[in-house]
Design a protein around this ligand. Structure first.
Ligand SMILES: NC(=O)c1ccc[n+]([C@@H]2O[C@H](COP(=O)([O-])OP(=O)(O)OC[C@H]3O[C@@H](n4cnc5c(N)ncnc54)[C@H](O)[C@@H]3O)[C@@H](O)[C@H]2O)c1
Length: 389
């Protein structure tokens, strides 16, 4: 048996304390949490009591955690605009890094993080935990087995996303700040983007999209309808806050796979209900375990994510979502915003000198955004509306 990896968690917000800490505690042979960092005193104290660490093991300054010798892995759980500096410093300190999604708020930040990890020769894994949902694993296995022939289209509907606030003691509304979040519901739920690409089983090359505000005056979009194109296939990814429908449909040359969730709801708020495979032979329902409610579902997926990461570090293989894959997902997401602003499809990777590569959605104002674009008419991401309001 190998010695457990010693983990320092940076950011003691909702995802860290509700899911990351329990995931490590459920894998005692692989991990032991040795340190925490958070500048918000109440979150740090909550983290300390949840983990049973001593006051000497918790830090208001993440740099103190990075300097510890009893930390092998740094787990970055802060909002995404803060990921870059923390990941680069962790890599420079020779730590392996697990980082929450989205990898960063801008492609330039994400690219710098990938480069820092490569230079330091440390593993950078990203929490793309929906890859571990049982029905996603089952659907991808059917695709790989050729059950539906060559995939033609994938449709991912997540129009019933719940707009959850961040930890009360910090900035509960940071997801509505374009500079902090890098976008709205699409950026927060870019799970839908990597799931679509995973089920297309081909890299996305071009993106087009429409975005809208959920409520007039919102700074970020609450609805995003996206089309992702790979060399021979295409996916539709529809994501929105509210009560719209959810579900995943995969269309192949010889059949289809349909994933249904309770009351046509959105993963993971609505538990998985059924995977139906339809071919020439008829329709069968796969015998998967009953879907779980959100908390145990995400808890299990987080546990699988950290276990995969530990194996990647231990045997020196790539994790399920390496930094470079997460950078690609982020590029596709930022390309969607760019497309919605410009009214045309956008290729990825984005040119490194483009404002949206450098600044994400906050760079859209530097582009020639037409007056008719919803990004401008709704005043999203700080763009002025035509009447200047
Ligand atoms: N994979 C998933 O399913 C999933 C689910 C929820 C959130 N997330 C991601 O996790 C990240 C955090 O989200 P959340 O909901 O926990 O946010 P949150 O607002 O609940 O918590 C953020 C925490 O970061 C802390 N923080 C701020 N600056 C810091 C710094 N410099 N060093 C250390 N800590 C700092 C805050 O004090 C706060 O405790 C985001 O990137 C989010 O997208 C992922």
């Amino acid at each position: 048996m190998t010695t457990p990896l010693r983990v320092g968690i940076v950011g003691c917000g909702n995802v860290a304390l509700n899911f990351h800490v329990p995931a490590y505690q459920a894998e005692p042979d692989r991990f032991t949490v040795t340190a925490l960092a958070d500048p918000t005193p109440e979150r740090l104290e909550l983290g300390r009591t949840n983990t049973g660490l001593t006051p000497e093991q918790v830090h208001s300054d993440a740099l103190a955690l990075l300097a510890r010798e009893d930390v092998d892995v740094v787990d970055v759980c802060t909002p995404q605009h803060l990921h870059r500096d923390l990941v680069i410093a962790a890599a420079a300190a020779g730590k392996h890094i697990l980082c929450e999604k989205p990898l960063a708020a801008t492609p330039a930040d994400a690219a710098a993080m990938v480069e820092a990890a490569d230079t330091a020769d440390v593993v950078l894994g990203v929490v793309h935990n929906y890859l571990f949902f049982p029905e996603i694993i089952a659907a991808r296995a059917l695709i790989d087995d050729g059950a539906i022939g060559e995939v033609r289209t994938v449709a991912v509907d997540m129009l019933g996303v719940v707009d959850s606030p961040g930890a009360a003691g910090y900035r509960p509304q940071w997801r509505h700040d374009p500079a902090a979040a890098g976008g709205g519901v699409l950026m927060d739920m870019l799970h839908g983007v990597y799931l679509a690409e995973h089920l297309l089983a081909e890299p996305v090359e071009r993106v087009s999209a429409y975005v809208d505000a959920a409520t007039p005056g919102d700074a970020v979009e609450g609805l995003a309808l996206c089309r992702l194109e790979s060399a021979r296939r295409a996916a539709l990814v529809n994501i929105g806050w509210g009560f719209g429908p959810g579900g995943i449909r995969i269309n192949g040359g010889k059949g289809r796979i349909v994933l249904r969730y309770r009351d046509e709801g959105t993963i993971p708020w609505a538990p998985f209900e059924a995977l139906r495979l339809t071919t020439e032979a008829g329709t069968e329902t796969l015998g998967l375990p009953a879907g779980q409610e959100l908390v145990p579902l995400v808890a299990d997926a987080l546990r699988a994510t950290v276990a995969d990461f530990a194996d990647a570090v231990t045997v020196g293989r790539a994790p399920a979502a390496p930094g470079r894959a997460a950078l690609h997902t982020l590029e596709a997401t930022v390309a969607a915003y760019t497309s919605a602003a410009l009214g045309r499809s956008v290729g990825i990777p984005l040119p490194v000198d483009s404002p949206v590569h450098r600044r994400g959605v906050t760079g859209l104002g530097e582009l020639d955004v037409p007056a008719t674009s919803t990004v401008r008419t709704r005043g999203l991401f700080g763009l002025a509306t035509p009447n200047g309001s």
